[in-house]
Design a protein around this ligand. Structure first.
Ligand code: DAH
Length: 347
């Protein structure tokens, strides 16, 4: 029996050394050491041995089994290492390869202008307000002293969604919202920039455009005056478009301000000498402004005997055009990447 065991040992070692992979090794483990393996079968047949032989054969089988297990494990470790090394080699990443370029977007020129205006006014103590683009007739017109049927409504051709709802034609609607929401009726300094809509579409107008609105209301005794309005707008224009620019106030009409003005700025192209851009006048109109009308104060909860202030509004598109020297308004809305990527700067 000892000879038989040694024979199995020789045979299995040979086969283990010839095994080509982990699977073959495992098959051999089953074949020789498994429950139905050749060595186990021998152990089972020990019943026919003499009592002296039994422990000798038993321990021999165990020694051989342990030896085989050791050899199998050594081979297994070798194959596992080889497999891992192969994988590592195959899966190395060449970090020197150039990466695929992802295209980065850039801030739209109008958003740049909005951010700059907001920063400037926040630095002067203003709050930034927002209002809905789908606005009610009440806030867009009525509370701004433009009752239904008022002829001045004709200046703003509107998109009505229902009889009561329209796409706001002016950010002035946010004036009324801010006043009414301020239940304590404390002084107001606010700026609001956003989208506005009118039914017009040609080379110099777009059905969607941007406006920025400003409103200051304070107690009468603080005397918020036209001089404050002018000083504020001068800072605004000089910081945003160019130092050394002057302002000119021309009397005008807006239903929510009295007196009302259209505000011109020195033509930044010719410096005021006269050129095709300013139609030889030396001035370019940029703003509407005035002293808040008593009716507007009253309708939105402020006693006109006790409070007063100024308001102004302007188009963001024109400001962006002046600031960046953009010649055609349509560039701002046609999403031409060649145009937009020129604003991809860190500033
Ligand atoms: N909302 C006016 C418009 O769209 C502009 C404007 C004029 C705003 C005078 C004002 C203002 O706040 O006081 O034409």
């Amino acid at each position: 029996m000892e000879g038989q065991i040694r024979e199995i040992e020789q045979k299995s070692i040979k086969e283990i050394n010839e095994a080509k992979n982990l699977k073959e090794l495992n098959d051999l483990r089953v074949k020789y050491l498994g429950k139905k393996g050749e060595l186990t079968t021998i152990l089972r047949g020990m019943g026919g041995l003499t009592p002296e032989e039994r422990p000798k054969i038993g321990s021999l089988v165990n020694v051989v089994k342990a030896n085989l297990e050791k050899i199998i494990q050594e081979r297994e470790t070798k194959y596992q290492e080889e497999e891992l090394n192969k994988k590592l080699e195959e899966e190395t990443i060449d970090i020197t390869l150039p990466s695929t370029k992802t295209k980065r977007g850039s801030k739209h020129p109008i958003n740049r202008v909005i951010e700059e205006i907001e920063d400037l006014f926040v630095s002067m103590g203003y709050d930034v307000e927002v209002g809905p683009e789908l606005e009610t007739d009440e806030f867009c017109f009525e509370r701004l002293n433009l009752p239904k049927g008022h002829p001045a409504r004709d200046m703003q051709d509107s998109f009505y969604i229902t009889n009561e709802y329209l796409l706001r034609t002016q950010t002035s609607a946010v004036q009324a919202r801010t006043m009414l929401a301020n239940e304590e009726k404390t002084p107001i300094r606010m700026i609001c920039a956003g989208k506005t809509y009118r039914r017009e579409d040609d080379a110099t107008h777009s059905h969607q455009f941007g406006q920025v609105e400003g409103l200051v209301i304070d107690k009468k005794e603080n005397n918020v005056s036209l001089a404050d309005l002018k000083g504020t707008l001068e800072i605004f224009v000089r910081k945003l478009i160019g130092e050394n620019l002057s302002l000119r106030f021309r009397p005008s009409y807006f239903p929510f301000t009295e007196p009302s003005y259209e505000v011109d700025v020195t033509c930044f192209k010719c410096g005021g000498k006269g050129c095709p851009l300013c139609k030889q006048t030396g001035w370019i109109e940029i703003l509407g402004a005035g002293i808040v009308h008593p009716n507007v104060l009253k309708m939105n909860g402020y006693d006109p005997e006790k409070f007063g202030g100024f308001a102004f509004g302007t188009g963001l598109d024109r400001l962006a055009m002046f600031k960046y020297g953009i010649t055609d308004m349509r560039y701002l809305y046609t999403n031409d990447v060649r145009f937009l990527k020129q604003f991809d700067r860190k500033d």
